[in-house]
Design a protein around this ligand. Structure first.
Ligand code: NAI
Length: 400
């Protein structure tokens, strides 16, 4: 099959197996070029196939030599359609990991469900006995509650007032004004049910009950704060409420894990181009500016650089964690630097469709977006027929 990008709004419905392999191996090579980490031994990553979760799996494996189990929800290819990017990423990750004799197994299915938690528990019991790090990196628009069966859908809306701002259609190159009506109470509750901490707590409670957490086990979930510019739609919007819930859950889990001398933490990460961030209004335009000003300063980072620092300089550093007054790890410090944010705030009102290419680094935004799906990867001939069917060596799937 000839595999080309098919972009619809903020998603790409195709992915390229060879291109994703190149992008994954670039991340692996980055980690290998850095100092090894005296880190975790047995790691569970929930949301392990793309973005921050994939980077966590790569750093754990190639930075710390850990055994990993990855859980995610991805689509396999058939004769007509390519697999999803996360499927190909995992196939490539496992091939490289296995070739270098690292243990890596993957579970495909709905992490919110009881079935997947049970399957994961079985695999840990059989292969690893106990785990000492659990990364929670899910980003999902929807959750079926495992007990009640209720379906929750998350929304990305402001709270209390209508919000009008600029946004970009990155591929059309159009800057437009967007007005988002405030969320209803039900929409706020729904978003908290999907992206808040309830499922994280269910995972940890379950693994603890099954005696699968090692002495000193750590769990980390990822969060975001960002600047004033995006507060109405992020920090103070529905997703921000969910992140508040995640933080409060983290405090609860931290107390529970103290029985094992363990800890639960939130890491506030930088805004990066991922499938999840592409879906948030206003944020892609902000990221295109961020890419420009951080590149100019030489401080630009993607998922892999961020997570390497999370492990090396925080979780497994001898000098301890870099936290804020709420106890959250902050690896977004370069994004939040005063000069960076002042430059962005000054440029923001000036951006128009006409000057988008010069005032922002929209080109880099597009390139990074394309690379999420294995396009724009160096050395890949996209005009060559490619077999879309690629196996993940260790996959077990429970699909509903
Ligand atoms: P992503 O879209 O790249 O990855 C989401 C992962 O969740 C994938 O592995 C996907 O397969 C998995 N997933 C989704 N629904 C699932 C389900 N029902 N069952 C099993 N797996 C499922 O997202 P990204 O951006 O890496 O986000 C991960 C976390 O990092 C989120 O909590 C997000 O809020 C946070 N974060 C993201 C930032 C960004 O700029 N992208 C910034 C700071 C934090």
């Amino acid at each position: 099959m000839l595999i080309q990008p098919k972009i619809r709004g903020f998603i790409c419905t195709t992915a390229h197996p060879k291109g994703t392999r190149k992008v994954v191996s670039d991340q692996i090579n980055y980690v290998k070029s850095k100092d090894p980490i005296k880190g975790p031994k047995n790691v569970l990553i929930i949301g392990a196939s793309t973005g921050y979760g994939l980077a966590s799996r790569i750093v754990a494996t190639f930075g710390a030599g850990a055994k990993t189990i990855g859980v995610f929800y991805e689509k396999e290819a058939d004769d007509k359609r390519t697999a999803s990017a996360g499927w190909y990423n995992t196939a490539a990750f496992e091939q490289i990991a296995h070739a270098e004799k690292h243990y890596a197994k993957s579970i495909n299915g709905d992490a919110f469900s009881t079935d997947i938690k049970q399957r994961t528990a079985e695999l840990i019991r059989e292969d690893l006995k106990q785990i000492d790090l659990i990364i929670y990196s899910l980003a999902s628009p929807r959750r079926v509650h495992p007990v009640t069966g209720q379906v929750y859908s998350s929304v990305l809306k402001p709270i209390g007032q209508t919000f009008t701002s600029k946004t970009v259609d990155a591929f059309r190159g159009e800057v437009k004004e967007i007005t988002i009506e405030p969320a209803t109470d039900e929409e706020i509750e729904n978003t908290i049910a999907v992206m808040g901490g309830e499922d994280w707590e269910m995972w940890i409670d379950f693994l603890m009950k099954e005696n699968l957490l090692a002495e000193g086990a750590t769990t980390v979930a990822y969060s975001y704060i960002g600047p004033e510019l995006t507060h109405a739609v992020y920090k103070e919007g529905t997703i921000g409420r969910a992140k508040d819930h995640l933080r409060i859950t983290g405090d609860k889990l931290d107390k529970k894990l103290k029985n094992l001398n363990g800890r639960a933490l939130l890491s506030v990460n930088k805004a990066v181009v991922t499938q999840a961030s592409a879906a948030i209004p206003v944020v892609p335009l902000y990221i295109s500016l961020l890419l420009k000003v951080m590149k100019e300063k030489g401080t630009s980072e993607g998922c892999i650089e961020q997570i390497y620092r999370l492990f090396k300089d925080n979780l497994y550093s001898t000098t301890g964690l870099h936290t804020d007054e709420l106890g959250q790890i902050r690896i977004d410090e370069f994004e939040m630097e005063k000069d960076i944010q002042e430059k962005i705030a000054a440029l923001w009102p000036k951006i128009t469709t006409e000057n988008l290419e010069t005032l922002t680094d929209i080109k880099e935004y597009r390139r990074e977006f394309n690379r999420l799906f294995g396009f724009d990867a160096e050395g890949i001939d996209y005009n060559q027929e490619t077999d879309p069917i690629v196996k993940i060596e260790s996959i077990s799937s429970i699909l509903t």
